[in-house]
Design a protein around this ligand. Structure first.
Ligand code: SAM
Length: 230
């Protein structure tokens, strides 16, 4: 049984996908997609030997070796330029996912969709998409086992179109589609963030010489959260 989180990631792949799952671990995602869709093919990339071995045995267990190629290597180094049409990177921090995309951007020439699931700091990915002409086309959020996970989907296109000019900083942080759709886990996440911010601001104010710039930024973000929670 695939986790709810990875099932949602899988939903964003088209029929007949030819994708790379970078940091595939047990290769659960590519196995699930390829079992459901006989046209799908995948490269499961892993930088660590242990997860690479697990991915290999999972693929063999399902007899999917002809459609899922498990490769050992760092990030997108495991694929050739033009080889794949979609990229999935899930279950890592936003900055690590961003570094993997940045480090392998020449491999993305034929990639028409990128699906990422950052565990933290989705803002770093919205920024990367914006700076590299990827249009954010959807976002979703899911709660599972006490964690809240965001999923971001991007395609080549006008990167500014999902954002409102005056609100861009706020939307980059919280997500333009999530702000629009307001799903329940998003509201819950905003409440948690609000509590954290309150605490941070209190701590900052108690410091002997608070960093005024940082304090202002925190207060601005607290206000944005309050607007969501109103
Ligand atoms: N993608 C799966 C998921 O979402 O459930 C597994 C997530 S697991 C927490 C992260 C995996 O990414 C680990 O197996 C780790 O070895 C791998 N990883 C970390 N950095 C990587 C990199 N630069 N290139 C490829 N794999 C990487």
């Amino acid at each position: 049984q695939l986790s709810k989180r990875l099932a949602l990631v899988a939903d964003y792949l088209p029929k007949g996908a030819h994708f790379a799952d970078i940091g595939s671990d047990h290769a659960y995602l590519p196995c699930f997609v390829c079992m459901k869709d006989p046209e799908a093919r995948a490269v499961a990339g892993e930088v660590n030997q242990g997860p690479y071995d697990s991915a290999k045995s999972e693929v063999e267990k399902h007899k999917l070796e002809d459609r899922i190629d498990v490769r050992l290597g760092d990030g997108l180094a495991v694929v050739a330029p033009g080889e794949i049409k979609q990229v999935v990177i899930a279950g890592m921090g936003g900055p690590l996912i961003r570094d993997i995309l940045e480090g392998g951007k020449e491999k993305l020439s034929d990639v028409n969709r990128i699906v990422v699931q950052p565990n933290i700091d989705s803002r770093s990915l919205r920024r990367w998409f914006f700076q590299h002409d990827y249009k954010l086309v959807d976002e979703t959020i899911v709660e599972e086992s006490g964690h809240i996970y965001e999923i971001l989907v991007a395609e080549k296109g006008d990167p500014s179109s999902p954002y409102q000019q005056q609100m861009i900083e706020r939307e980059m942080w919280l997500g333009p589609y999530l702000l629009e759709k307001r799903p329940e886990p998003f509201i819950k996440k905003c409440k948690e963030e609000w509590n954290k911010k309150q605490y941070i601001i209190k701590q900052m104010k108690q410091a002997t010489s608070p960093d005024e710039e940082k304090l202002k930024q925190q207060q601005k973000e607290l206000k944005w959260l309050e607007e969501v929670l109103q």
